[in-house]
Design a protein around this ligand. Structure first.
Ligand code: NI
Length: 179
């Protein structure tokens, strides 16, 4: 396995439509998925899409740690997961703001509006079909990663740039507000 180099915002690979994977069980795809999971854990991050490692393919890996879902009873934690050739359906019209960062935009975060719940479907490297209906942080992570496959970064979803900044400054501001 290997830690992969991550493309940063500004690189064209992050702005293109990714291609479907012809054979999700192919050895090179299995290797890519394993390397993406290792890279995500190393970063550390909760999601990584193939275009972020310079592979314009419709694949992303993600995880939802239990401590991220503790505040939302409808949320569901999940260990390292992969979706290949995913389909995503947003449920309902309500959008909720939540903080997001991206390994391709290091050191920054923003409050991004996302659907509260989504239904998704994809396959893993063994050809198993994965279908889930999820909400909360799980739904947010999947929407963020799915966007990468269509060349969309979270910055393109921000509607209040007063809620976009460097982690260090936002942390300081949040501490200040708490005093
Ligand atoms: Ni990202």
């Amino acid at each position: 396995m290997a830690i992969l180099k991550i493309a940063r915002m500004g690189h064209p690979v992050l702005l293109r439509q990714a291609d479907p994977v012809a054979d999700p069980g192919a050895p090179e795809i299995r290797r890519l998925v394993a390397d993406m999971m290792e890279t995500m854990e190393d970063a550390p991050g909760v999601g990584l899409a193939a275009p972020q490692v310079f592979q314009p393919l419709r694949i992303f890996v993600f995880r939802v740690p239990g401590d991220r879902t503790a505040t939302d009873p409808t949320d569901s934690p999940i260990g390292n997961s992969v979706l290949i050739n995913p389909e995503l359906e947003l449920i309902g019209d309500d959008r909720v703001l939540g903080w997001e960062g991206c390994l391709s935009i290091p050191g920054m975060r923003a409050a991004v509006p996302r659907a509260r719940a989504v239904r998704y479907r994809g396959v893993d490297c063994d050809g198993n079909v994965v279908t889930r209906t999820v909400s909360g942080f799980h739904a947010r992570v999947v929407q963020h990663e799915y966007d990468h496959l269509d060349g969309i970064l979270y910055t393109m979803r921000v509607n209040d740039f007063g809620l976009f900044g460097f982690n260090e400054e936002l942390d300081k501001a949040a501490q200040g507000a708490g005093r």
